[in-house]
Design a protein around this ligand. Structure first.
Ligand code: OGA
Ligand code: NI
Length: 349
């Protein structure tokens, strides 16, 4: 089979009354899930106007001086909300830290909410920038967008349930009280002669959670690995479309039949790139078990049950730990060199 980039599917039959068209959509999505877990959707209900307003928010934020962005550093929270500096994460072992900066936003969880009190996965109040033009509109648009994509994520999960021949409400216990995070991302233009082996906007990785819905601007750079051939396929920006991909948690529930595929960003366009991935984790206490109708006869579930919270926390710690260790190593090397230089100097003296 020749490698093909993720197809662009019209999602509108999901909302219509044509049952044949809907069954066809479900079939196409099932094929994508089995192949590499990636597809794009148009014909959804998130308005283009809202998408453009939210992209504008992202740009307004990243245009702020670094000092302003650092005022809401995500390291001031223990629940991953706020600004993430360039080069904070290494998603691909052996490469340099990712050349992207981000702003993490999620459901507004006040400090008396049980999720905050019990330190549930990524739950707490957002940190909002005060220096962006029209900060009030910034918050309002960000949350309006967050909720609009939440609705779409529920519809995507209902469709995934249909691909398994179960009721569209199958994932309701996972979506009720679900935790999700969106990230405004900015990838500065990389020099054209950057070392392809080492420099990444975002290193090759799979997403941790259940499903991701990504809005891209018009600048390309996102690529999906075609596993059988080792070829990298461009996921072309399509105005208004969402790139949908399954994460590791879904693959695990699907006994590895549905895929969570490797992807990366290298921004060699010569332009700034902005994107907004929206990661659906799920209700932190939801126990993920092997899904129905996914195994062959006699095939055993490969994995024991795990909660959403356990699974996602472990993956976060791994990728951020890697960047922290990389920086520690650099510091160690730098201080060794200093000591060596000093001792050589001492001998010479
Ligand atoms: C991610 C990701 C792709 C992009 O944040 O996990 O794969 O285009 N982003 O920003
Ligand atoms: Ni990703």
């Amino acid at each position: 089979m020749t490698p093909t980039a993720p197809p662009v599917l019209d999602f509108s039959p999901f909302y219509g009354s044509d049952s044949e068209a809907k069954a066809h959509l479900v079939d196409q999505i099932r094929q994508c899930c089995l192949y590499n877990g990636f597809f794009q959707v148009t014909g959804h209900r998130v308005s283009r106007d809202l998408q453009l307003r939210v992209m504008n928010c992202a740009k307004r934020f990243f245009d702020l001086p670094l000092e302003e962005k650092k005022r809401i550093d995500k390291d001031r929270t223990s629940f991953h909300r706020g600004y993430e500096l360039l080069e904070s994460q290494i998603l691909e072992p052996g490469t340099r830290p990712d050349k992207k900066e981000g702003l993490y936003i999620g459901e507004e969880i006040p400090e008396d909410h049980p999720y905050f009190v019990h330190k549930k996965l990524n739950s707490g109040p957002n940190q909002w920038p005060e220096a962006v033009p029209d900060p009030e509109e910034f918050r309002r648009t960000s949350m309006e967008y967050y909720h609009a994509v939440f609705d779409l994520a529920k519809d995507i999960l209902a469709t995934l349930a249909l691909t398994l021949n179960v009721e569209p409400t199958f994932f309701d216990p996972m979506t009720n009280g679900a935790v999700a995070t969106m990230r405004y991302l900015h990838y500065p233009a990389q020099p054209k002669d950057d070392d392809d082996k080492l420099t990444r906007g975002i290193g090759a990785h799979t997403d941790f959670g259940t499903v991701t819905l990504l809005l891209q601007d018009e600048v390309d750079g996102l690529q999906v690995l075609d596993v059988p051939t080792g070829q990298w396929l461009d996921v072309k920006p399509v105005p208004g479309a969402y790139v949908v991909n399954l994460g590791d948690l879904f693959m695990r529930m699907a006994n590895d039949k549905y895929k969570s595929n490797i992807h990366r960003v290298i921004n060699k366009s010569g332009r700034e790139r902005y994107s907004i991935p929206w990661f659906f984790s799920g209700n932190p206490d939801y126990v993920c078990q092997c899904l129905p109708n996914i195994r062959e006869d006699g095939e055993a579930p490969k994995y024991p049950p795990i909660t959403v919270e356990e699974m996602v926390t472990a993956s976060y710690n791994e990728s951020y730990g890697r960047a922290d260790r990389y920086k520690e190593d650099l510091k160690m090397k730098a201080s060794h060199t200093e000591v060596e230089m000093m001792s050589t100097a001492a001998v010479g003296a």
